[in-house]
Design a protein around this ligand. Structure first.
Ligand code: UDP
Length: 313
């Protein structure tokens, strides 16, 4: 097909969705941004209103999705995405990962569009293999409190591969590891906004457990670059996108205090149930098939994120 390509981004008013809409517009695509605004926010996309080729549709994608006209890509990013959010919204989380993925992928099939699923490192659960390669099947507790997110995303991966194999649909699956940057929500409970907001207020940083659990943080621009490359690649199995530089949560707290120059101390709170003890992406595959690796240093990315939260205060 010739003419301007057009993409639907579900969850387009969320943290990642909004950055993705921006990138797609920059690449010359028209964008339909869809969100039910449960955890997404119009503030994230208000700068895109009025841009040529951008429209916003308020809709819950667990119900039938109608989009008139051509679609070349459907990128399914709708979901509560922080542990606090999916504990508050367990049924919606399960529904958007299952019913929502079914609706979004059905739409992609009817339009002959390529479907890209935003999956997660949570599909590895509390991993027994470290770092995590895509070939690892994971260690998920289906009936634990985090199971609503992990299992919904695992189902979403399964239905994506089924449409790929059974219907010959062109599909992509990105397994997204901890990502941070401007437009994270201050109250979403994730460690990056929590620690930054606490440190900016010189309040104690709430480290869960003894802080020895590890995470590996990727700046949002690096992640979006990886997703853009995956979307344009011919690789249809899951691909990890994340930054392999790993640190403990306690080290991370100290780093935030140092960069902000805060007088905060660290306090220890109870570790949430099934909180993964380690997490680090193996990005060998992304390097090989996408020629991608993260470029942005933690300190640089954190400074940009801190600026964002300072302005929001
Ligand atoms: N965490 C913490 N203090 C907070 C928020 C989170 O110590 O105020 C810990 C949390 O227990 C986990 C890590 O930071 O080990 C990352 O948590 P987040 O909610 O950002 O996402 P997760 O990686 O668990 O999905």
């Amino acid at each position: 097909m010739t003419g301007k390509r057009r993409a639907l981004v579900t969850g387009g008013a969320g943290f990642l969705g909004s950055h993705l809409c921006e990138r797609l517009l920059k690449e010359g695509l028209d964008v339909v941004c869809m969100d039910n605004l449960i955890t997404g926010s119009l503030e994230n996309i208000e700068h895109l209103f009025g841009r040529d080729g951008f429209i916003f549709v308020e809709h819950d994608v667990t119900n039938f999705i109608h989009v008139a006209g051509r679609l070349d890509f459907v990128l399914h990013f709708a979901s509560p995405a922080s542990p606090i959010d999916y504990l508050k919204l367990p049924i919606q989380t399960l529904k958007v990962g299952s019913l929502g993925t079914h609706k979004a992928i059905g739409l992609a099939k009817s339009k002959g569009a390529r479907f890209l699923l935003a999956s997660t490192s949570e599909s590895y659960g509390d991993p027994l293999v470290h770092p995590q390669p895509e070939t690892y099947w994971g260690n998920v507790n289906p009936v634990g409190p985090r199971g609503v997110y992990d299992e919904a995303k695992r189902f979403a991966e399964a239905i994506t591969m089924a449409y790929n194999r059974h219907h010959g649909l062109s599909t992509r699956i990105v397994r997204i590891f901890n990502t941070y940057g401007p437009r994270m929500r201050a109250g979403d409970g994730r460690v990056v906004p929590a620690f930054i907001c606490q440190a900016l207020a010189n309040e104690p940083l709430t480290v869960f457990g003894d802080g020895s659990q590890t995470r590996s943080f990727c700046y949002v621009d690096d992640l979006i670059e990886g997703i853009w490359r995956l979307l344009n690649s011919d690789y249809d199995e899951p691909v990890n996108i994340g930054n392999p530089s790993e640190m403990t949560v306690l080290q991370f707290a100290r780093e935030i205090i140092r960069i902000i120059g805060a007088s905060s101390e660290v306090v220890f709170h109870e570790l949430p149930v099934n909180d993964p003890k380690v997490r680090q992406p193996d990005i060998t595959l992304a390097r090989r098939v996408l020629g991608w690796e993260p470029k942005i240093e933690l300190e640089h990315g954190l400074k940009k994120t801190i600026e964002f939260f300072k302005k929001r205060q």
